[in-house]
Design a protein around this ligand. Sequence first.
Ligand code: NAD
Length: 473
Amino acid sequence: MSEAEAKQIERMKQVLEAQKAAFKAERHRPIDKRKADLDRVANLCRDNAEAIAEAISRDFGNRAREESIIAEIAFVIQDVAHTKKHLAKWMKTRRVGVPMTLMPGKAEIRREPKGVVGIVAPWNYPFQLAIAPLVAALGAGCRALIKPSEYTPATAELMKSLLAEAFEEDHVAVITGGPAVGEAFTGLKFDHLFYTGSTQVGRLVAKAAAENLVPVTLELGGKSPAIVTPDYPRDSAAKSIAWGKFFNAGQTCVAPDYVMTPKGSETAMGEAIVSAVQHQFPDASTDDAYTAIVSDRHYERLNSMIEEARKGGATVLQPEHDSQAAQAARKIPPTVLINPPADAKVMSEEIFGPVLPVIGYSELDSAIDYVTDRDHPLALYVYSKDKVQAQRVLDATQSGGAGVNINLLHLSVPDLPFGGIGASGQGAYHGKDGFDTFTHDRSVFSTGKWHPSRLLAPPYGKLFERISKKQLG
Ligand code: NAD
């Protein structure tokens, strides 16, 4: 561990204590203050949009400015607007009915902030995946510590200084560092821990949280399939899949990880996808609209996955590109692998890059079995004109979320919970689900001087017999 990391660990303990003390002093942050907190987040996004996009691009080597504007900054601004619009309704104490025997009591659910929350973010959308959970936490009236990824240091530093300008440290703070800091961070006694990252590290985070009985949300990854049925126009499926897959060069948790197409159509589907990307990025190696791979380590991993699949017999399709320019820019051109071997890494690990296996299936049921024999994915996409077929795929599978004739965009619907299931995660956020994640539903029952249940207390008599008989039915 570096000296700087050791300092961050020391600092985060102090900040946590300060945030806990501040929360104790104001357990119920009023709605006008919460709205002002949210406005501060939206304003820092608006005022620094170009600087944020530029920092992310520096971290990636090149990140398309438009991708950052849409997926990082506009996303958060929309999220703030949605949260502010519904906040009063979400915060409202809810009255519930009481059974006859407890009348005339009053039962209600108070929506209370959990307290101080920890947010651990990955590198692939380094701003949005730290700030969208923060929006949910601030809406819920919580205080937050954020630990961004070490792979995106420029974004992390910018986020740290922008949030420090907008918030007191005992309200919102950023702690920087790598796995050692992450490990210490997730071992802290937060009131909720919100983690986005790999399934592998997610397991460690769940263990660390369990040690302190800290409730945890795990937003993890997985292999999200796109199943195309025979009736769906190939070019339309190819265009849609190419868009979602190669956005951010495939470094998206819900990007289609592999495509399943009717046997015999694999090459035609692969060629249609390549032709669609060629239209999007005439030369991916030099086009700024096509994002680079975040680090040398990730670049080498992806190249070795392609090489392994090629050696195993997969046909590799790529649009025309300048391979020297691509390498110099740490870019991997959009790559389609036709029928890679089943034991290749591209078919067993989450790819998380611009590499797309296309595999054939004989019957729709065998495609469904392929998916259900594996961990539940974070997303599943089905392309079918036939509503019954699409429904069949949805009914027979499980996944965090799903898209019919579309991919990626389910996460842009603020009223849809976003999260995984099983190995792809637990818990959810976005919109009300984010507010709920950081909110404790406190059950309160109050009653007057008298209520019939008192008759159930000793000394027991005939009245007890009569009432209990009724209750037992
Ligand atoms: P990662 O798990 O390597 O790192 C994520 C964060 O965890 C980083 O901040 C890192 O410093 C920290 N960390 C690393 N080791 C740790 C440890 N031992 N204890 C605590 N924290 C630790 O993930 P990544 O490579 O940054 O992100 C890629 C993964 O994230 C992919 O699997 C992707 O699918 C997933 N992801 C999921 C979502 C989602 O919303 N479900 C979104 C984006 C990415």
